[in-house]
Write a protein that binds this ligand. Structure first.
Ligand code: 3SL
Length: 261
């Protein structure tokens, strides 16, 4: 039991400077849709995913055999193989492959956590909530729930998800700041009416304009893709199959990255 460890909630990457993430596992949250999509991709067998901030970086990796994925303003970037729809990341498309992905907020939040030297970075969304919270409890480390938000603003859906995580972690961690309590209270208010609350969110409106309401509904479903995407070097890998200490596995991945560099 992690007596003195804390759970912090950083409601937008803009506030990450306020947190010492070098001593915390950072959970990057972009429920609509980047981290939901990543969970789907890993559950469907993608080998690894490299999150990048810019279209140019994605295109460059595309020349090295990566499937190139990402969106801007919710729409697939012209010339890319995939957008950011969880429905596109089918087993047929992704299994055994490597993907480079750039999104408006989700991949940027991952980069922000990296730049601030997070101890570990994992990806969270409703599809992996139970496995992720259980894993965090087992790690006995500080936790920072980093909401990707929208262009550095706070978003309803990411805050609600952070609150759902706080709710589940609460009894295993000791210290909370106000933002964790804000998120948890929001979740408690929204919990049984999540669909209603999500409809208020600005990103729901953006996705509705693109006729993507089905994706919002899909993103709200819990435990549909129980994976643990963890940053190892410059890429996300699923560590959900690791029994016991996952670090041996990540060391071997890092060594392999060095050899191929
Ligand atoms: O901002 C992001 O990272 C995306 O998830 C936004 S969208 O849902 O693809 O529009």
């Amino acid at each position: 039991m992690s007596g003195k460890k804390y759970v912090h909630v950083c409601l937008t990457p803009r506030l990450i400077d306020q947190y010492d993430v070098s001593d915390a596992i950072v959970v990057v949250i972009d429920v609509l849709r980047a981290t939901t999509t990543m969970c789907v991709a890993f559950d469907h067998g993608v080998n690894h995913m490299v999150p990048v901030a810019t279209i140019d970086e994605a295109v460059a990796l595309g020349k090295q055999g990566y499937i190139v994925a990402g969106e801007r303003s919710g729409e697939k970037v012209e010339g890319f193989d995939l957008g950011n729809s969880p429905f596109s990341y089918t087993r047929e498309v992704v299994e055994g492959n490597k993907i480079v992905i750039t999104t408006t907020n989700g991949t940027r939040a991952i980069k922000a956590a990296q730049e601030h030297h997070a101890k570990e970075i994992v990806v969270g969304a409703f599809p992996n909530i139970s496995l992720l919270t259980q894993w965090l409890i087992e790690q006995n480390e500080n936790v920072c729930l980093l909401c990707a938000g929208w262009r550095e603003n706070v978003t309803l859906e990411d805050s609600i998800f952070a609150g759902a995580m706080v709710r589940r972690l609460r009894h295993n961690f000791a210290r909370y700041q106000d933002t964790a309590i804000v998120a948890e209270s929001l979740f408690q208010t929204a919990n049984r009416r999540k669909r209603f609350f999500f409809r208020f969110s600005s990103h729901f409106n953006r996705l509705t304009h693109l006729n993507l309401q089905g994706e919002v509904k899909y993103a709200m479903r819990k435990d549909t893709h129980p994976v643990l995407p963890l940053m190892v070097g410059n890429a996300l890998y699923d560590i959900s199959h690791c029994e016991g200490d996952y670090k041996e596995y990540t060391q071997s991945l890092l060594a392999a990255q060095e050899v191929s560099a």
